[in-house]
Write a protein that binds this ligand. Structure first.
Ligand SMILES: [Zn+2]
Length: 87
């Protein structure tokens, strides 16, 4: 009788433990997948090759390389900035 009682407590603890751990694992999994999808990129000036800007992009939504017309402070004019990787 005592054995069944102890077993019952152990089983209840196990159920509780899973109840707490499972959402935690799920959250960790979602966080990890989000981290992989969004990556930091640098915008490099097409003329002087300096990296003037940093931004982020979601690889799931945007597959092609980003290009922006942005101000280059070194040349003091607007030039085409292309996406490059940050080390
Ligand atoms: Zn430049």
């Amino acid at each position: 009788m005592l054995r069944i009682f102890v077993f019952g407590i152990c089983f209840a603890n196990l159920v509780n433990w899973q109840k707490w751990v499972f959402p935690f694992i799920l959250v960790r999994f979602i966080m990890a997948s989000k981290k992989q999808a969004v990556e930091l990129i640098a915008l490099q000036c097409g003329e002087c090759k300096r990296r003037n800007y940093t931004t982020s992009k979601n690889r799931r939504n945007i597959q092609e390389k980003l290009e922006f017309k942005k101000y280059c402070p070194h040349e003091r004019k607007h030039t085409l900035h292309k996406e490059t990787k940050i080390k």
